[in-house]
Unconditional design. Structure first.
Length: 173
């Protein structure tokens, strides 16, 4: 049996709408959302659609629009403690200490502004990524939220340690 085409049957061609205004004309009444990026970001921040993943196996960063408010607080605390750490590190270096971190040691020797921007920028970038992935699991086992709390605890301990070092340094002068 031979296939029959639409033209042979005499059926009308439905590939174009009969009332379409013209070839390639856009019939939408609202502007394309994809062209309003800034508006979409602001609107989506205050009116999130996805509070839970759509599928139970969803593990991608794009599966959620809304995150728990505690992650903002944790992220801000980590960033503030990173700024305090940078200020304390520069103060301790002025009093004769040296940077133990081998990645930051070459940067400390240069400009204090560059050191602070690099340190806080790297920390803030990492915190943003961890906050986006707060509901996921690292290495398939550890909730990323635990990592955020661990970073916060680590920075808290580091700042207390640097304050004690500064106290001892000031007492010896």
């Amino acid at each position: 049996m031979k296939p029959v085409s639409i033209e042979q049957v005499g059926a009308p061609d439905m590939s174009h709408a009969m009332d379409a205004p013209g070839e390639g004309a856009d019939r939408r009444s609202t502007p394309d959302r994809r062209k309003r990026t800034l508006y979409s970001l602001i609107y989506g921040s205050f009116n999130p659609r996805r509070r839970e993943a759509r599928r139970t196996d969803a593990r991608s960063l794009r599966d959620l629009d809304w995150h728990q408010p505690q992650w903002l607080a944790v992220a801000m605390l980590i960033t503030v403690l990173s700024c305090v750490d940078a200020a304390l590190t520069l103060t301790l270096i002025e009093h004769g200490a040296y940077e133990v971190n081998p990645f930051m040691a070459p940067i400390v020797g240069g400009s204090a502004l560059v050191f602070t921007l690099v340190k806080v920028g790297l920390t803030a970038g990492g915190v943003v990524l961890l906050t986006l992935a707060a509901r996921m699991r690292a290495f398939g086992k550890i909730p990323v939220s635990f990592l955020l709390y661990g970073v916060l605890l680590g920075y808290g301990v580091l700042v207390v340690y640097e304050l004690r070092l500064l106290e001892e340094t000031l007492l010896t002068y």
